[in-house]
Design a protein around this ligand. Structure first.
Ligand code: PMP
Length: 452
């Protein structure tokens, strides 16, 4: 009884005082409130249990309740509660070395608090790098339509989704957008062979038309995640990397979602041959969401320009909490678990042996395409396979609601292009058990078989 009253009070306080992310004011629906979690599951205030099929906001990669991670934060907080990175501390040093090792470095890392800030930092580094290299005119950035790179103004300017932008434009000048590799809806025409490679060549053309001397960098996710789970051929990123090199344009790879095992490799770019990004941005899976942390790693060619260059090398960028000792300690423990439990290899194997059963759903009338890599799957729903007309927002809501009624939380892409929020997203914690994954598959299958 007491719990019920408390919950009622909390619901009212929530309505009165808490402004939610992606807020849409709706008097009727109180948002789901979780009280506790264990592994891939959480419990809400009614005592109902749910499998979190999107890992929170694709960050809870090791699931709830890893005591070793909590212990690492506790010990760090007791020992050295805060210290700025204008100076230094052991957890940040060790973590920067660990990141370099996993990126097959040498890389040097600047720490922030979030993915958005990691990308902002990348843009500032790229502009300053070119400027210090004698190319002051190189300031533009190219990103892809459908991409999401964050909520702050630079990162939002790289984000090319109308609905996330319209109320906040004008964006920062100097951000250009190109078509993503998306063979299912290729802007280069139906049934065009190599449409992914055409999307890469398009970047080359834009750089030529803009003038390579004005372009600082290309930013991309190896696999567009929130924009609809797009899985290009491996050659796409290799080709983009070659194009960037040709024009002295920095390749900035946003590994905020794909980093730390989500795609079955430590980093998503590692699926493509010959790619050594100039800058890699990270967050989410870096700490499995246990504490906030963002990171921007640059290769030695870039960092060289910030060394031994007199006053020019001064990187005027600071974040009070970026690289907080507790966050770094948590990230180190998180990576240690990934290594010791062979999580990345496990994701790759279980994706192939188990989650890939989701591809069978392509047989259903309303399933246009199933796309997946590692523990990152997207199911694109259409009214009709010929016209590829997207299903309605209400229908997407119905599917997600039906999964929830059976105890599974899944997501969908933001309506990147108005009316095109038609991709279901499945991205369970990387530590999910085989039984967890079977539950995900069976639930999605039974709901889609009934409704699609
Ligand atoms: N990049 C990508 C690819 C993302 O998905 C996100 C967050 N969803 C961000 C950047 C921004 O990260 P944050 O929310 O931590 O600022």
């Amino acid at each position: 009884m007491k719990m019920e009253t408390e919950t009622k009070d909390l619901v009212q306080m929530d309505k009165d005082h808490l402004w939610h992310a992606m807020h849409r004011y709706n008097e009727k629906d109180a948002p789901m409130m979780a009280t506790e979690g264990s592994g891939s599951w959480f419990t809400d205030t009614k005592g109902d249990k749910y499998l979190d099929g999107v890992s929170g906001l694709w960050c809870l990669n090791l699931g709830h309740g890893r005591k070793e991670i909590a212990q690492a934060a506790y010990e760090q907080m007791i020992n050295l509660s805060y210290f700025p990175l204008t100076l230094s501390h052991r957890p940040a040093i060790e973590l920067s070395a660990k990141i370099s090792e996993h990126l097959m470095g040498p890389y040097t890392t600047f720490f922030t608090n979030s993915g958005s800030e990691a990308n902002e930092t990348a843009f500032k580094i790229a502009r300053q790098y070119h400027s210090q290299n004698g190319n002051q005119g190189k300031y533009k950035f190219i990103s892809r339509y459908r991409a999401y790179h964050g909520n702050t103004f630079g990162a939002l300017s790289a984000t090319a989704q109308a609905n996330r932008r319209v109320k906040y434009d004008p964006a920062v000048p100097g951000f250009l957008h190109v078509p993503p590799p998306y063979s299912y809806r290729s802007p280069f025409g139906e049934n065009v062979e190599n449409s992914d490679l055409l999307a890469a060549e398009y970047i080359d053309q834009v750089i030529n038309f803009e003038g390579a001397e004005t372009v600082a960098g290309v930013i991309l996710e190896p696999f567009i995640s929130g924009g609809g789970v797009l899985i290009p051929s491996k050659e796409y990123l290799t080709r983009v990397s070659e194009i960037c090199k040709k024009h002295d344009v920095l390749l900035i790879v946003d590994e905020v979602v794909s980093g730390f095992g989500r795609t079955g490799k430590m980093f998503g770019f590692m699926h493509s041959d010959g790619v050594q990004p100039d800058i890699v941005t990270m967050a989410k899976g870096l700490t499995s969401g246990y504490l906030p942390l963002g990171a921007t790693a640059v290769n030695s060619r870039i960092y060289e320009k910030f060394k031994d260059n007199g006053n020019l090398n001064h990187f005027r960028h600071v974040s009070t909490y970026g690289g907080h000792p507790a966050s770094c300690a948590v990230a180190l423990k998180n990576i240690e678990i990934l290594e010791n439990e062979n999580i990345v290899q496990r994701v790759s194997e279980l994706s192939e042996s188990t989650l890939s059963a989701l591809f069978e759903l392509t047989a259903l009338d309303k399933v246009g395409e199933v796309r997946g890599v590692g523990f990152l799957y997207g199911i694109e729903l259409v009214e009709d396979k010929k016209t590829k007309m997207p299903v309605s927002e209400e229908f997407m809501g119905e599917i997600i609601g039906a999964c929830k009624a059976k105890g599974l939380i899944i997501g969908r892409n933001g309506d990147t292009v108005p009316g095109y929020g038609n991709v279901l997203i499945i991205a369970p914690p990387l530590s999910s058990t085989v039984e967890d994954l079977r539950f995900v598959i069976e639930t999605v299958k039974s709901v889609l078989c009934e409704l699609c």
